[in-house]
Design a binder for this molecule. Structure first.
Ligand SMILES: C[S@@+](CC[C@H](N)C(=O)[O-])C[C@H]1O[C@@H](n2cnc3c(N)ncnc32)[C@H](O)[C@@H]1O
Length: 256
């Protein structure tokens, strides 16, 4: 670590590129970064799944962990299929799905209009609103629902790193008391939006004490909302969800 930055050399290279040989500009960019402003806001973009994704100021910067979810969701999205990326932010995950499956229709939603504008700048068909609410009526059932929801327990928000704490909006992080409020809503609402046999992917990293280690698990979730045979598989990265919470949450009925 140098100057308090974990990847100082990589960041320096990005700032040099952004300054394009102008020393005064470089100085200005470095000073901004030293305040803790996220690098992607300064350079205007971030690399994600081999794409260069535009990131507007005030919009959550996609994390590399989410590349795993994006690739997993892409693998499950058929050409010509339909995907919904909830809480799309700058649209990195949705843009990856579009790039991997150009024939698919991919829709992103976000409560923050700034994020929606940013996702559109990345070519994503994005709508403002709460979770599934703004999804266009003509979309039909989805093959894939992906969601990187706000995931931090409210009491842990002040413990976030400097960049986050000073610059980013709590809307991107605040997952309610246990960090799971929005994820659980997605779990409840997603099955009715999925084609029978479809899958959904989510990254949920609930912040826990220092011993926390991420695990990947595949769980099956079943709903009796319309058809007793409709099932969906979820991939959740979480130490916080037990198998019963994650995989066996029945919609409108007791756990199976
Ligand atoms: C952790 S960020 C993830 C952004 C993006 N998926 C990514 O990985 O870069 C969570 C996003 O959820 C949005 N959000 C928060 N509550 C929401 C809700 N109820 N419905 C839709 N979006 C919401 C925030 O504005 C933010 O853009």
């Amino acid at each position: 670590m140098r100057g308090g930055f974990v990847a100082a050399d990589e960041e320096a290279r990005e700032l040099l590129d952004a300054a394009a040989g102008d020393p005064a500009q470089l100085e200005a960019l470095v000073l901004r970064r030293e305040t803790g402003e996220p690098l992607a806001w300064i350079t205007g973009s971030v690399a994600f799944c081999g794409l260069q994704i535009v990131v507007h100021p005030d919009v959550y910067v996609p994390r590399w962990h989410t590349e795993l979810v994006a690739e997993r969701a892409a693998a499950r999205l058929p050409e010509g299929g339909v995907a919904i990326d909830l809480c799309t932010g700058c649209g990195a995950l949705a843009a990856t799905l579009r790039a991997r499956r150009p024939g698919a229709r991919v829709v992103g939603t976000d409560l923050d209009p700034n994020a929606v504008a940013n996702a559109r700048a990345n070519g994503v068909e994005a709508y403002a609103g709460d979770l599934f609410a703004p999804v266009p009526g003509d979309l039909g059932l989805a093959d894939v629902v992906a969601a990187v929801v706000p995931y931090v327990p409210r009491r842990a928000l002040p413990l976030l790193q400097r960049d986050t704490f000073r610059f980013e909006t709590a809307l991107a992080y605040d997952g309610g008391e246990e960090g799971l409020d929005i994820l659980l809503r997605v779990l409840e609402e997603a099955p009715a939006r999925l084609r029978p046999g479809a899958r959904w992917c989510s990254r949920s990293v609930a912040h826990r004490p220092a011993t926390w280690t991420p695990t990947s698990r595949d769980c099956r979730t079943r709903t009796r909302s319309r058809s007793p045979t409709r099932t969906a598989t979820c991939a959740a990265w979480s130490s916080h969800l037990s198998r019963s919470e994650c995989g066996r949450r029945a919609v409108g009925g007791p756990a199976h």
